[in-house]
Structure formats: structure tokens, C-alpha cells
Ligand binder design. Structure first.
Ligand SMILES: [Zn+2]
Length: 260
């Protein structure tokens, strides 16, 4: 009897100590999903895929840089994207590589030239940015801790794609899967045509997301009919990705929903 008591006590203590720091949501509330994100300032071209996104019930996240260059007509397009349920998020003003910038400037200077003006301009238009994606995916633990004072969640890029062309086995890239672990920095897998990710690789990633109830994160830039240069994604490829996600019953998340 005494032994059982000690054992129960041990189990309770173990549960308390393991649950304290890393609150993982109950599996029953987790669903397999995907988050598709786009970077930079391609407002018209993003607007052109509204129908495609709607067709597959996909909620995208648009990380905007150079917000001050967006004219009123394009701001109306942003409103339409927002009305469709997409997220309007922040990608800095000047698209600086923060790590390089900090070699010669302070973090306060960085915030003052590249972050706070973006937040103010966007907020002034009712597009209060809650998520941020790092230009060039360049960041550090220090920049993460500072920027999390301004945003709920930050998007990094998959490190392996910096060093390796034609990355395979995407289902083994841990950083691109959000695991409902309250992580506030989540990487995306680049899916622009120059990253050469075949659709069967996307399928492997999706299958892991379904099986483990995780959310796989992608990033792209400029959607086009025909790819002519780097950092473009064809409509046909996007449609293959979105239709596959629908077929496998993955839920579409905006990036900020991962911070909830
Ligand atoms: Zn960018």
C-alpha cells in the first residue's frame, strides 16, 4: 500500500515538473494542418490568386515589406485579402538583414528604422501586424527575444535550404513543423520554383503533418502563370499543393493562428 502511495506521488511530481515549462496542447485539440505564407510587396499578384485560395479554402499569410510604397489602390486589394480571412503581417520596412545591420548599428536603431515605422504605418491603416517574417530568414536568439516584444510569432526559414540545393526528405526537417508546443519562432520551407520541391515531397510533409497532428509551414514570394526567374511560384504548382492539402484533409492556418 505504501509502495503504491509513493509510486502515485512520484507520477504526480513527474507530471508537474514535465508539464510546467512546455505546455503541449492535448492531442484531441490538435489537427494536422499547413500554413502558406508569402513575402515582400506583390500585392497585385497576391490578389490574383484570391480565387485559387478560396477554391481550396486556404487562408494565407502575406508578410509585407516596404509598406510605405503601397498606393491606395493596392491598399484596397489588401482589404479584400483581409476580408477573405487572410492575414496581413509584417516583413520590415527596408528588408534589412538584421544580423548584418547589427554589425554596425544598435538594436534600437534597427527597431527605429525597420520595425516601428512598419508597425505604425500598418496600424494606421487598420492592418495591425501580429506576425513577422525575417528578411532572408536571418535572425538570432537575441533578435527573436527583442522582436517578440512587438509580435506574437516570428517566421524563420529552413536552414537546410541555405546550404543545400534540391532538398529532399522534407518530412525530416523539424523546424518547419509546428508541434503545438507554444514555439514562437517557426521556420518555413521555401516552395518557390527555384527550391525544386517536387509535389511528392510536399505529400510526404503533409502525411507527417496528418500523422503527427502538426502544422507544416511554407513560404513563397511571387505567384505567376509562368516562372521566369527565381522566387516565383507557378499557379499550377500552388494549385497542386492546395488541392493535395484538401485531399488529405489538412486544415489551413494563418501564421498567427499558430500563436494562439
Ligand atoms: Zn523578403
Amino acid at each position: 500500500m505504501k509502495l503504491i502511495k509513493y509510486f502515485l506521488l512520484f507520477v504526480i511530481v513527474l507530471l508537474i515538473t514535465t508539464c510546467k515549462d512546455n505546455i503541449v496542447q492535448p492531442v484531441s485539440e490538435r489537427v494536422g494542418g499547413y500554413a502558406i505564407t508569402f513575402d515582400d510587396t506583390y500585392i497585385k499578384e497576391w490578389n490574383a490568386i484570391r480565387g485559387l485560395l478560396k477554391k481550396y479554402d486556404a487562408k494565407a499569410t502575406f508578410f509585407i515589406s516596404a509598406y510605405h510604397t503601397i498606393n491606395d489602390a493596392d491598399k484596397l486589394l489588401l482589404d479584400s485579402l483581409k476580408l477573405d480571412g487572410h492575414e496581413i503581417a509584417c516583413h520590415s520596412v527596408n528588408h534589412f538583414n538584421v544580423i548584418k545591420f547589427l554589425e554596425t548599428h544598435t538594436i534600437t536603431e534597427y527597431l527605429n528604422v525597420d520595425i516601428i515605422p512598419a508597425i505604425n504605418l500598418m496600424t494606421g491603416d487598420g492592418n495591425i501586424p501580429k506576425s513577422f517574417s525575417y528578411p532572408y530568414g536571418m535572425n538570432s536568439a537575441f533578435t527573436d527575444s527583442v522582436l517578440l516584444g512587438y509580435f506574437d510569432i516570428l517566421r524563420d526559414v529552413a536552414e537546410v535550404q541555405r546550404h543545400t540545393e534540391n532538398v529532399t526528405h522534407i518530412d525530416t526537417i523539424e523546424s518547419i513543423f509546428y508541434k503545438y508546443d507554444n514555439s514562437k519562432v517557426v521556420a518555413g520551407l521555401g516552395i518557390d520554383a527555384n527550391f525544386n520541391i517536387p509535389i511528392n515531397e510536399i505529400e510526404n510533409g503533409f502525411k507527417r503533418a496528418v500523422q503527427n497532428k502538426e502544422v507544416i509551414v511554407f513560404y513563397a514570394h511571387l505567384p505567376v502563370e509562368t516562372v521566369t526567374r527565381n522566387y516565383q511560384t507557378s499557379y499550377a504548382y500552388l494549385e497542386e499543393v492546395l488541392s493535395l492539402a484538401q485531399k488529405l484533409k489538412l486544415r489551413s492556418f494563418t501564421f498567427n493562428e499558430l500563436a494562439k
